[in-house]
Design a protein around this ligand. Sequence first.
Ligand code: IFM
Length: 464
Amino acid sequence: MTTTQPRAVAEAAPTFPPGFSFGAATAAYQIEGAVDADGRGPSIWDTFSHTPGRTHEGDTGDVACDHYRRYPEDIALMADLGLDAYRFSVAWPRVMPSGAGRVEQRGLDFYRRLVDGLLDTGITPWLTLYHWDLPQALEDRGGWADRDTALRFADYAAVVHSALGDRVPHWSTLNEPMCSALLGYMAGQHAPGRRDPVAAARAVHHLLLGHGLATRELRAAGADSVGITLNFTPMSAASASPADVDAARRLDGQQNRMFLLPVVTGEYPADVVADLAEAGAPLPVEDGDLDVVATPVDWLGVNYYFRSVVSALPEPTGKATPFIGAERIDDVAPPGPTTTMGWAVTPEAFTDLLLWLRGIAPTLPMVITENGSAWADAPGADGRVEDPERVDYLVRHLAAVAAAMEQGADVRGYFAWSLMDNFEWARGYAQRFGLVHVDYATQRRTPKHSAAVYRDIARRSREA
Ligand code: IFM
């Protein structure tokens, strides 16, 4: 295969204003491995991935990318990629093995070493407190369906800030609470694998309450760059029929507006409240909760991968759905090539999304905390990993961000998902999202062609 030179691709890509941050993102359970090291307790993902039939080929995060031990090598890789910033998550069960009470200093020490290594290399750390690995002990007490978990999360936030607040400038409370609540407690496709609409609606609210409580703890401790990371999937109706239009409204409500609006306006959308109540799964809001949820944040983390087209069917699909009361709604297969996840490639919807968000929260800066794509990447005979589809996806999505910025969206940075191939949850190691290829048998890391392109796009913007 002939490969375009990275610099040539970068020259065709947009440039970004001074100060725009180019980063890459990961999450603890997806890369760290070392699940028994230094007093770490079990998380719901340990339990789930070790339950037969839950993940692709029974894959687990036991070893993953062995980042817990190889983090110096990974920081060196980031430096070679020319990253300004690195977004990672802290594993709650490393820091508080039972989720509450005793703090494990050895777990905190790992993150101290990681952060110091980043700072020494000139890479700005962006810390996410919760990327789905709830301590199993808390799930045993009801998990996110139990209000107390929100309070425990705030305690955990305070513990992590007291250890790392002097060196980590940017804090995110939750990553994608939609997935934690609805894939975990409604569809059963993610840990803890429950299929219970009542528990799912409770999890939605308790995650957001936990976000608000943790934000207050972080602020009280002096943090001045606090955000939340939400995953947005724009929903379109397959036709103009009232049933399809209502299907798109319902899914947009639960995917996008149910998480965004309470945080930025202090209210759940009325149509979503009505949908959930009608399904017998009300949001368990108590007096004062929404004021807590709407505690001001400094930025919104935007995760975007693709848009969906949905249709209402006369009969239930029979498939597990993350959405409550959506048994008769299905996705319409996208036209054109899809990623190995089966996701459409829809950069134009990214621009529209960012402009929609600007309309809802005009003064709130945004950071693209995740964007990326999985493809069947493999090293060639020469050992190089060519990934033209990822290069195309990357350049077109960066152009979509630039287009939104030209139209007034205040976007401060972009984090590619992901720094390296890793454990893609229920899809295991079969899905490769990395800029860097990982050979799991040897743990050898090989930057893909997209890594060189990304480095050159960032360099060109800095030089512009
Ligand atoms: O790998 C995940 C990540 O953990 C959360 N956002 C979506 C990514 C790709 O599925």
